[in-house]
Design a protein around this ligand. Sequence first.
Ligand code: SME
Length: 309
Amino acid sequence: MDYKKIYFAAGCFWGGEHFLRKLPGVKATRVGFANGSTPSPSYREVYTDTTGYAETVEVTYDPAKMPLKRLVEAFFVIIDPLSLNRQGEDEGTRYRTGIYWEDGADVAAIDEAYEREERWQGRPLAVEREPLRNFYPAEEEHQDYLIKHSDGYCHVDLKALRYADLLKELASLVEDVPDEVAVMANTAALLHETMKFFWTGFYRVADESHLALGPFQGPVACYSIGFGKGVCGTAWKRAASVVVEDVEQFPGHIACSSASRSEIVVPLFDGGGKVAAVLDIDSDRLATFDDTDRRMLEIAMQIVAAEIY
Ligand code: SME
């Protein structure tokens, strides 16, 4: 197995490491200081904000299980990419964000994820994109800090951490299961049980005009949804996720259950980049799904799609 390394500056490295180490395909993480100007810096020296270093997480990963583009997409879940030298409570150049590579062959995948994020934000990102010039591991007390101190400061939101655990479970659950229905059934069950959703399931593209109900957990649902119809048909037509805070405000929403108040739909793409199915999750509360749900569920569906299509 050929592992690779990539370096992420994501604000305070305690939280960055805590999230990144949970992801499927990540073999090891180490916190340290990258791209500064003094030899062998200590935490205290970097803390003065005069050394040029960024708090950085070294990620050793298996690209067969976690392609770099997907890993960079996961990194974007835990940062505010528009914020310069400030993440969460922390301010200073040592808390800037960045992606640093050792291998020039990684640039294409980094650029793809970066530019996707920039299109989503609609503005230039404040995230550095540079070759790694130097990296010094931080003192032992900073390694796995939030495992050693479970009540320690963490700027990464709890939901992202729960999803990271879920992704790891999902990746091992669906690995080497070639049956589409079986994978969808267990994926729906895992998501539903772990996150306590109201309705969690799949609609599959049946022909060029209809989605057909697939494996799900929750109350009985509609059998068929037209192209461009409802939230599911809209996500299919747009080939993009749709997050609905209040289903009553979504024109053409299909109410399979009157208890459903908010919804997220995430497409699954086949090898040719066409929508093959959608994941539909409903909540019986308003505004349940945010950008963290969208981003982490998109990664979850990449993992599922890679197994079955
Ligand atoms: N509300 C969905 C239909 C599916 S059910 O919610 C399970 C929609 O508008 O596409």
